[in-house]
Design a protein around this ligand. Structure first.
Ligand SMILES: Cc1ncc(COP(=O)(O)O)c(C=O)c1O
Length: 377
């Protein structure tokens, strides 16, 4: 139960074990066209989606390399570790970064973005995180998108851990480039990254002079728009075969029900943790469906809880990152999870805490979570 890689359904694993197909054969075209349509459903977009054989960071890097030129001014909005990554990538490409840096655990204030854009009309882009995996907090992308849409700046969103877990309406919310990865709520192993590209972003791509080769959006678009759509380079065929099945599962459940399942799982996790007397880290938000970040109680180190859960109970969770390492632990519930995953986790957490010498009422977390599930059944 980490925020990725997440559990992979058996149907997806089986599809990955299928015999290899060649990526220049008609069967590949058939599969990829369907995968891209299903991805558009999950991204809630009509835009082209570019796919890379990389982790999510590759898609983040692709957005920077394709939308800007050296020296361009961009506004990076950071509420945690992955917001900070936007600044690092932008700086690596020689962009001029203005950083809106918030305390970890808080949400960004869209009004600050409005002010920053008004103060500097030369800003060419705004880069932000949807679900900030290091803290569990989800930003208000809709309000931010409406603000950025009124300016010439490109709105770039990292939805790597949020897409398919919390609502992320790429087109309705004016997101120009939305990036995601296969290994979170898309229930597929790591290795695929995606970027949806709006018309406004394509205009920026046309003038961008930053160096790129593998991550060149135009190469991908040209291959995609051939009579028999393809990928310019060898794609991660087996992972795509798995993704095709995972996306069908999402379509069958419907995005609305997928979000609702995540919503209840997250609410039950929060209720369970609080019933154990633990404190949540950061802004409590009913829309934060991917990760629950929990403060380690004063007498126990967060890393010790993670270790005990893994070693004694076979449950893998995540520790804190960067400056909050040891102070929190994180429970991932984006993707292929249901009630009994949450209940087992809470039972394990109770036992781990007791084992580490922290007093809790055995069963209190599980009971509180059960109440949430019953109320939503
Ligand atoms: C919000 C967010 N952004 C970026 C990344 C980096 O993705 P990857 O590790 O796939 O490169 C992650 C991965 O945890 C993430 O959760």
């Amino acid at each position: 139960m980490t925020p990725g890689p997440t559990p992979v359904p058996p149907e997806v694993l089986l599809a990955q074990a299928s015999p290899m197909i060649h990526h220049r054969a008609p069967i590949y075209t058939e599969i990829i066209l369907e995968v891209l349509e299903d991805l558009k459903y999950v991204f809630q977009t009509k835009n082209d989606i570019i796919m890379f054989a990389s982790s999510g960071t590759g898609a983040m890097e692709s957005a920077v390399a394709n939308c800007f030129s050296a020296g361009d001014k961009v506004l990076v909005v950071s509420i945690g570790n992955f917001g900070a990554r936007w600044a690092k990538i932008s700086e690596a490409y020689g962009l001029n970064v203005t950083l809106l840096d918030y305390e970890w655990g808080t949400k960004a204030d869209p009004a600050d973005i409005e002010k920053a854009l008004a103060a500097d009309p030369d800003l060419k882009g705004v880069l932000v995180t949807h679900s900030e995996t290091s803290t569990g907090v989800v930003n208000d992308i809709e309000t931010m998108g409406a603000i950025v849409a009124k300016t010439p700046a490109i709105f770039i969103v990292d939805a790597i851990s949020g897409l398919g877990a919390s609502d992320m309406q790429t087109d309705n919310w004016n997101v120009d480039v939305c990036v995601a990865g296969s290994q979170k709520a898309l229930m597929t192993p790591p290795g695929l990254a995606f970027a949806s590209v709006s018309d406004k972003a394509w205009q920026a791509v046309e003038t961008s002079t930053l160096p790129k080769f593998y991550f060149d959006y135009k190469k991908s678009r040209d291959a995609l728009h051939k009579a028999e759509p393809q990928s310019p380079f060898t794609p991660a065929v087996s992972t795509i075969l798995g993704l095709a099945v995972a996306l069908k599962m999402i379509r069958e459940e419907t995005l609305e029900n997928v979000f609702a399942r995540h919503h209840v799982n997250a609410a039950a996790t929060r209720a369970g943790v609080k019933a154990l007397g633990l404190e949540l880290f950061g802004t409590e938000d009913p829309n934060a469906h991917s990760v629950t970040a929990v403060k380690a109680p004063g007498d126990v180190d967060g890393q010790a809880i993670v270790k005990s859960l893994r070693v004694k109970y076979g449950i893998t969770t995540a520790g804190g990152q960067g400056k909050i390492k040891g102070k929190i632990f994180r429970i991932g519930h984006c993707g292929y999870y249901d009630k009994f995953d949450i209940l087992s986790l809470l039972a394990g957490l109770e036992m781990a805490l007791v084992g580490l010498g922290h007093e809790v009422t055995a069963g209190a977390g599980v009971a509180a979570a059960e109440q949430v599930f019953e109320a939503n059944s």
